[in-house]
Design a binder for this molecule. Structure first.
Ligand code: NAD
Ligand code: USQ
Length: 357
């Protein structure tokens, strides 16, 4: 579990451990350091990784191993692969924020070096020490951008001058972060074609929520929850804003439409991919989200449910600090995980109320 100390990584590590998998977490605490750099913090009081692992052992009786180190260090990555010999690699270990990657050149370069080099090191270590293992790499729906045609799951059939082929879907990412994921996708696809590795690129939408069956077992097991403008994501931010009576910050016209999913479905999707691996040489792409909303509709949903709970929730349009289409066509396919058995937890009034409480 690369990046297993993060928002999604820690709950996934516990879930896979609970399901009987032997889990080793790898992390260098970059995320905790970036929060410190920006003077931001998790709203939930997160424990150190070591304390989390002790608490998990006490609560579940199961072990999670941890190796601390940087994926951009090739010698470290090789060593981990030689020692652990993984059957499956869940790769969350990247800089995940679009706004962070757009602060300035330094942050853009850090993001691309961290993400692209880290993933390259993983691919080389797989080739040399775990060539039969299955890589599940967290990509992002933002790799596709917002084209004026339907978005397919990774590949599109193109007819050109009387001939046709199924080729990677064109990418139009909107930030240096999203662009780093495009580079990763190309590198992983290459490694599958040329080295016969097996991989699933999980093009995930925006995740919301913090509670899973495992985090609910003990407060020391909770995951991080960020609400600042750099690391907080749309629905999570809107909920915190509603609770503290701060206007819900819909950027620009609010027609930005994205795929969303509950954190419990992130975990479910990763487990489905792990337990149904790609074939040798296969590069699979799954669009990992359960429903799509515009940020305006999402904020209005929070406003309505918040008012019902007596909160002073009010949507306020603010100037968009990002360069992005504020109204656009969006229709993205997302059937492959459903075909594998995904049972979506959709966003209704009860879920929004639950998030607000
Ligand atoms: P996160 O920052 O909380 O988790 C990433 C973890 O990876 C952190 O613990 C960080 O310290 C670690 N890490 C980063 N670079 C590393 C390196 N070089 N070596 C070792 N560890 C390193 O982010 P998250 O929100 O949990 O996202 C996890 C993954 O899912 C990311 O790849 C992100 O791009 C992707 N993703 C997230 C969302 C979302 O809404 N949260 C949506 C789509 C995709
Ligand atoms: N937005 C607002 N108001 C806010 C915050 C965001 O209107 O207060 C808008 C943004 O402008 C954007 C949309 O909401 O149009 C989504 O922004 P976000 O911050 O929720 O998500 P994003 O920057 O796209 O990144 C997040 C994760 C990233 C992941 C991505 C999935 O941080 O790791 O890759 O979601 S996706 O959006 O599908 O690319």
């Amino acid at each position: 579990m690369l990046g297993g100390d993060g928002y999604l990584g820690w709950p996934t590590a516990m879930h896979l451990s609970a399901a009987g998998h032997e889990v080793t977490v790898v992390d260098n605490f970059l995320r905790r350091a970036m929060a410190t750099e920006l003077g931001a913090d998790s709203l939930t009081p997160i424990q150190s990784l070591q304390e989390r692992i002790r608490a998990w052992k006490a609560v579940s009786g199961r072990n999670i191993d941890a190796v601390i180190g940087d994926l951009t260090d090739p010698y470290f990555v090789d060593q981990v692969f030689k020692e652990v010999r993984p059957d499956g690699i869940v790769h969350y270990g990247e800089q995940p924020s679009a706004p962070y990657s757009m602060i300035d050149r330094k942050h853009a370069v850090l993001t691309q070096r961290n993400n692209v080099e880290g993933t390259l090191n993983v691919l080389f270590a797989m080739r040399d020490f775990a060539s039969d293992a299955h890589l599940m790499k967290l990509g992002t729906m933002g790799e596709y951008g917002t084209p004026d045609i339907d978005i397919e799951e990774g590949f599109i059939e193109i007819n050109h001058k009387g001939r046709s082929d199924v080729l990677p879907y064109p990418k139009l990412p909107g930030s240096m972060y999203h662009l780093s994921k495009v580079h990763d996708s190309h590198n992983i696809h290459f490694a599958c074609r040329v080295w016969n590795l097996r991989a699933t690129d999980l093009n995930q939408g925006v995740v919301y929520g913090i509670r899973t069956d495992e985090t609910d077992l003990d407060e020391r097991l909770c995951t991080r929850f960020d609400y600042d403008e750099v690391f907080g994501t749309a629905l999570n931010r809107f909920c915190v804003q509603a609770v503290v009576g701060y206007p819900l910050t819909v950027y620009g016209k609010g027609g930005q439409t994205r795929g969303f999913l509950n954190i419990v479905d992130t975990i479910q999707c990763v487990r489905l991919a792990l337990e149904n691996p790609a074939s040798a040489g296969e590069f699979r792409v799954f669009n990992q989200f359960t429903e799509q909303f515009s940020v305006r509709d999402l904020a209005l949903h929070v406003e309505r449910v918040g008012e019902g709970l007596g909160l002073n929730a009010e949507v306020k349009g603010v100037q968009d600090p990002r360069i992005e289409a504020e109204e656009h066509y969006y229709n993205a396919a997302h059937t492959k995980l459903l075909e594998l058995g995904l049972k979506p937890h959709l966003l209704d009034d009860d879920v929004v109320a639950h998030l607000l409480q």
